[in-house]
Design a protein around this ligand. Structure first.
Ligand SMILES: NC(=O)c1ccc[n+]([C@@H]2O[C@H](COP(=O)([O-])OP(=O)(O)OC[C@H]3O[C@@H](n4cnc5c(N)ncnc54)[C@H](O)[C@@H]3O)[C@@H](O)[C@H]2O)c1
Length: 431
């Protein structure tokens, strides 16, 4: 019997999830991905009919089966008795509400990143999952890129010796626009802004590569408070094809939007291992993009490339550079899992040359397979509550520290002992 799932939220990322589902079916067929079994998207839900239809059309074209369309989440939960799980891809403020309602109704839940609006929302989600005995998974995509899997294997295998420090610097320019043309991303109380919306990926990758974080100290700022609402063509041409169908209710193109979420953060992290990390994020770096992601150790440096670019990582040692396929020789035991290997056509990948849309849908397919596998086997997904909360706590740790002007313990952000920045959000959003 198939694992029946509904896709909730049919905006930009919802459409990308639909592509990922089609990729899963096309690659592994009706019997499903290895270890996961058959999965079927039987419904899609969005409060706007146009986006829901667009996503249902795509699924029908790709798989031959049309999912049912619902415009109201509660109605779907009530009426669709054959549902096993929901995949929540709404904007972030709805993640915890929908995940908890679903689990209380006996369903498993996967949410897009960030797991929930705040750590308090995440703790409530985790408690609901434990009480209801349901799986909660987080669709965090960057770490699942085969190039990032290889980077992790190289670090684990000692290719740079003992890691001393890591840099993750992502400074770019939104050219005065609202990120992705989505008004909720401008708002502090909706997990908007570069630290919460984008930085949670950087946080997850730092933790994936460097292990748990102990403390974070940050300076944060909102430099550009008035931003223009624009279409995605001018914001991110690579993502524009996924966003043209979405309905924006917060304003019209050309409107100036109040951007009260932080747009800049410079943070220093101390990891449990003793290593140090620097995390710098901004979308107000005009005329100059700075991107650097590297881990520096006792024997050399690992230089990472942009997740999902397919470009190879590199190990630099004094007088030596090792790149691409040659990196594989450093980790003879390295193997991708069966699902990733099935999608990439090899279990040893050092680089690849796909268009973004193809890489993106393959990674979403991995997320669906991992979620279905966790449910089928009664185990945790790769990114469950612990990993989802750790990444969000590092991102919120940046904001808590930035506002308080002191370093904060990341564990205290997870537990709620440090929460001043988030308390306002919890109050405003009724959490
Ligand atoms: N992993 C990634 O790389 C990545 C990239 C983009 C977005 N995201 C995440 O995915 C989520 C969605 O982002 P997006 O860019 O698609 O946003 P979006 O605004 O384009 O889409 C959100 C959709 O949810 C729908 N929605 C909102 N409230 C609803 C409700 N009550 N009932 C039914 N539908 C509702 C909206 O109508 C909209 O279509 C966010 O949490 C975001 O952080 C992740």
């Amino acid at each position: 019997m198939a694992f029946n799932i509904a896709l909730v939220g049919c905006g930009g990322m919802g459409l990308r999830h639909a592509h990922g589902y089609v990729e899963l079916i096309k690659t592994f067929g009706a019997s499903g991905a290895p270890g996961a079994g058959p999965l079927e998207m039987i419904a899609v839900c969005d409060r706007h009919e146009g986006p829901a239809k667009k996503v249902a059309d795509l699924i029908e074209q790709g798989t031959g089966k049309r999912p049912a369309i619902f415009l109201d989440f509660d109605t779907m939960l009530r009426d669709l008795k054959s549902l096993d799980a929901v995949d929540i891809v709404t904007d972030t403020p709805m993640h915890h509400r929908f995940a908890m309602a679903a689990m209380d109704a006996g369903l498993h839940a996967m949410t897009e990143k960030p797991m929930g609006l705040t750590l308090k929302a995440c703790r409530m989600m985790r408690e609901t999952a434990m009480r209801a005995g349901k799986v909660i998974a987080v669709a965090e995509n960057y770490r699942r890129d085969p190039v990032n899997r290889l980077s992790r294997a190289l670090l684990d295998g000692g290719a740079i010796g003992r890691p001393y420090f890591a840099l993750d610097v992502a400074l770019s320019s939104a050219r005065g626009g609202v990120m992705h043309g989505t008004v909720w991303r401008a708002k502090r109380d909706q997990a908007g802004g570069t630290v919460l919306d984008a930085g949670v990926h950087n946080a997850d990758m730092l933790l994936y590569l460097m292990g748990p974080a102990r403390t974070v100290y940050a300076e944060t700022a909102t430099f550009e408070r008035q931003r223009e609402l624009r279409g995605m063509e001018s914001q991110s041409p690579q993502l524009a094809e996924f966003y043209s169908h979405r309905v924006e209710t917060g304003g019209s193109a050309g409107d100036m939007i109040e951007h009260d979420a932080a747009d800049t953060a410079f943070a220093v992290v101390r990891f449990e291992s003793g290593a140090i990390g620097q995390l710098s994020l901004s979308d107000t770096s005009h005329g100059e993009r700075v991107g650097q992601s590297s881990v520096h150790g006792s024997d050399g440096t690992l230089i990472r490339t942009q997740s999902r670019s397919g470009k190879p990582a590199e190990i630099r040692r004094e007088g030596e550079s090792i790149k691409g396929a040659d990196l594989l020789a450093l980790v003879p035991e390295f193997r991708l899992d069966d699902v990733t290997a099935g999608l990439w056509g090899s279990d040893r990948v050092g680089s690849y040359d796909f268009e973004f849309r193809e890489t993106d849908r393959k990674i979403v397919a991995i997320e669906y397979a991992d979620f279905a596998r966790a449910v089928a086997t009664g185990t945790q997904p790769e990114v469950g509550p612990q990993e989802g909360m750790a990444a969000l706590a590092l991102a919120y740790g940046v904001m808590e520290s930035g506002e308080a002007g002191v370093p904060v313990s990341v564990d205290d952000v997870v537990s709620g002992a440090v929460s001043k920045f988030q308390d306002d959000i919890d109050r405003t959003m009724g959490i």
